[in-house]
Design a protein around this ligand. Structure first.
Ligand code: PRP
Length: 175
């Protein structure tokens, strides 16, 4: 199994802190809409949402990138599945497992921003600043990580390791 970067306990502690920050930010704001970006965010979203005490509802959105990620550009992100309900006038929090180049979150902020939400913020468990190609504000951040391949807790390598309970660093010989 890949060596541990963040243990289940470390993740749970951090997720609880993020949930408390989100509770505070949106206190009294009415219902928050959490939009999980499939597939990677599903575990983080489910843990985070269950720690929130503010009213919220859950939506999912799915995107993919064209071709290989090395040649990715902002225009290469495409929508595979949209949210089910309108978000106009609502407070929206996009929930990601990882922000890497920033293209996915930038695309989603642009897309959802056109729908007149009351507010639109982002939460991500992991951020790899060394890989940034598009700067996007991250409002709630779990961990800043170096440019290593991470798996587990929703993150996959060719669909493997996604349900590892911890975040592991996948060494080259395991790819
Ligand atoms: C990952 C991750 C983000 C995106 C971040 O998804 O879940 O959505 O990449 O990368 P970026 O900042 O360079 O755009 P992936 O394409 O691996 O799909 P998956 O979540 O379905 O595994």
């Amino acid at each position: 199994m890949p060596p541990t970067l963040y243990s289940e306990e470390q993740i749970a502690e951090r997720v609880a802190v993020l949930a408390a920050q989100i509770d505070e930010e949106y206190a009294g704001a009415g219902q928050l809409v959490l939009i999980g970006v499939l597939k990677g965010s599903f575990i983080f979203l489910s843990d985070l949402a269950r720690k929130l005490t503010i009213p919220h509802r859950i939506e999912f959105i799915a995107v993919s990138s064209y071709g290989d990620r090395e040649s990715e550009t902002a225009d290469s992100v495409r929508l595979l599945m949209d949210v089910r309900h309108a978000i106009d006038g609502e407070h929206v929090l996009l929930v990601e497992d990882i922000v890497d180049t920033g293209h996915t979150i930038a695309y989603l902020k642009r897309l959802l921003g056109t729908r007149n939400p009351a507010s639109l913020k982002t939460a991500t468990l992991l951020h790899k600043p060394d890989r940034t190609e598009q700067e996007v504000a991250i409002d709630f951040l779990g961990f800043t990580i170096p440019d290593v391949w991470v798996v587990g807790y929703g993150l996959d390598y060719a669909e493997r390791y996604r349900t590892l309970p911890y975040i592991g660093e996948l060494p080259p010989e395991m790819r």
